[in-house]
Design a protein around this ligand. Sequence first.
Ligand code: GLP
Length: 243
Amino acid sequence: MKIYKAADYKEMSRKAANIIASQVILKPDCVLGLATGSTPIGTYERLVSLYKEGNLDFSNVKTVNLDEYKGLPRTNDQSYYYFMHENLFDKVNIDPANTNLPDGMEPDSDKECARYEELIESLGGVDLQLLGLGHNGHIGFNEPADAFDKVTHCVDLQESTIEANKRFFASADDVPKQAYTMGIGTIMRAKKVLLVVSGEDKADIVAKAFFGPVTPAVPASILQMHGDVTLVADAAALSKIPQ
Ligand code: GLP
């Protein structure tokens, strides 16, 4: 695992965007795995700037997002579909037909998860997967569990995740209780993984996930077994890792 220590959120975002940009430049028709949450917002802003400056062309890029709330329509401003359009897709020259997220409005979980997994495979797999990190070590919406989930599946969100995400909703009751997410196996099949983490509140989980035992109780810990992971984090998030 490569670890880049950034001074702050801004530098973390620039570094992460540069890594994604180099992937797009080297393989213009690459498949990017994308993430939501507050952490990658600065990375997307920087990618938009690189595009506007004429340094990046998304016209042949394909994307697959990690996850989506089940039961939220695309038009809901808390859906990940809405987030991606707001933060990236509507601001660069990506073809909307090349962007993919799980369909949160498909009620049949088995059908939707099988469709999404097949879609990723039909695209040839993910070249570079961007990830954020939940406080409990979740990646995508893979919550701590007894075993690692292999493929895209429907999850019951944990209380702590609902708590963490309620800031975006009117109340905790409005946070959807389920989501569709790529599995740990799906994520591990990505050729490269780029993880962005910021803030002191993530320092404990960063130390646990990347310097502790590999266990499904800390889903991100499995990334220790991936051959090409880059962690870009600010100094605060790295403040508890062994020197
Ligand atoms: C959410 C998302 C994850 C994200 C995580 C951390 O629940 N499903 O993909 O990485 O929480 O979010 P944040 O970056 O806002 O801390």
